[in-house]
Design a protein around this ligand. Structure first.
Ligand code: C2E
Ligand code: MG
Ligand code: MG
Ligand code: MG
Length: 283
């Protein structure tokens, strides 16, 4: 059939399509056993108070170390895992691992860092999520107020009534809720009123890297504050962007300027270094 499209098209497109389809099949096949073969790993990106520059929390970000293909981005495998019905099991592992790590990290260093966990649309479709969250908290001993779940707007609007009910049950359990990637979809402010969210996370694409759009971002931050939400900016890469967000009274920030997502050992080194810098600054 491809040949009917013409010789040149056939020659040019087929190898590429073939690689893409082959990779997809390989990933799909591998997803079945990735959990039991311990190929998943969490890395942690610090979240910084933009007023004091102290680390306030960490976001857990999933990585898949594929035996043949190397490290795979969650942007590539999470959609596959959702489609193929693996996301519940993977999401459960992420929740437990993130809570356990944060609880141990806090105990070891006398800290009270929040850990943020990304929850996919598919997980929000099932009320089993609430039980999983409670189990992860009980199993790790992490205080519910130190767990934050990050949910995207697109996940919320798939089934608003169901999402709303699940979010209220999670709130009742004492965990914090964040609306992730704000500024990438419809970004309707009405969701901020309807859903019981505590935190608004502004997407990197929304903030920009030149500080030019800051009037708009500043107005949005003011509105979020008026609604009682705290605001976190994602993807801060330059001091100029950090400063303009500070002027806009943005509460917290995350980005390569502060730290990339780090394996646990590197995170502990980073936290020790950050603490030392704060002490020097205070002296
Ligand atoms: P997200 O939750 O919006 O996470 C932020 C993404 O921005 C992360 O990409 C992070 O590494 C990246 N990032 C942070 N700072 C900067 C920066 O200064 N510049 C740039 N260019 N990028 C920055 P990552 O780790 O590849 O994750 C991508 C997405 O995959 C996440 O977006 C989240 O939606 C999803 N994801 C990651 N882990 C999980 C998970 O455990 N479960 C689910 N369901 N989704 C996950
Ligand atoms: Mg996130
Ligand atoms: Mg985000
Ligand atoms: Mg994002």
């Amino acid at each position: 059939k491809a040949k009917a499209l013409g010789g040149a098209g056939y020659q040019f497109f087929e190898p590429e399509m073939c690689t893409g389809a082959k990779r997809r099949l390989q990933l799909e096949a591998g997803l079945h056993r990735a959990l039991e073969q311990r190929q998943f790993e969490l890395v942690f990106q610090p979240r910084v108070d933009l007023g004091t520059l102290r680390v306030r929390g960490i976001e857990a970000l999933l990585r898949w170390n594929h035996p043949e293909l190397g490290r795979i981005s969650p942007l590539e495998f999470i959609p596959l895992a959702e489609e193929r019905g693996h996301i519940e099991a993977i999401g459960r592992w992420v929740l437990h691992e993130a809570c356990r790590t944060a609880s141990q990290l806090n105990a070891r260093h006398g800290l009270a860092l929040t850990v943020s966990v990304n929850v996919s649309a598919r997980q929000l479709r099932s009320s089993a999520l609430v039980d999983e969250v409670l189990a992860a908290l009980a199993g790790s001993g992490l205080s519910p107020r130190l767990l934050e779940l990050e949910i995207t707007e697109s996940a919320l609007i798939e089934d608003m009534a169901q999402s709303e009910q699940i979010l209220h049950r999670l709130k009742a359990a004492g965990v914090r809720l964040a609306l992730d990637d704000f500024g990438t979809g419809y970004s309707s402010l009405s969701y901020l009123k309807r859903f019981p969210v505590d935190v608004l996370k502004l997407d990197r694409s929304f903030i920009g890297q030149d500080g030019a759009d800051l009037q708009f971002v500043g107005a949005l931050i003011a509105m979020a504050h008026a609604l009682g939400l705290s605001v976190v900016a994602e993807g801060i890469e330059t001091p100029a962007v950090m400063r303009s967000l500070q002027r806009g009274a943005c509460d917290e920030g995350q980005g390569y300027l502060f730290a990339r997502p780090l394996p646990l050992g590197d995170l502990e080194g980073y936290l020790a270094g950050a603490a030392a810098v704060m002490e020097l600054a205070a002296a």
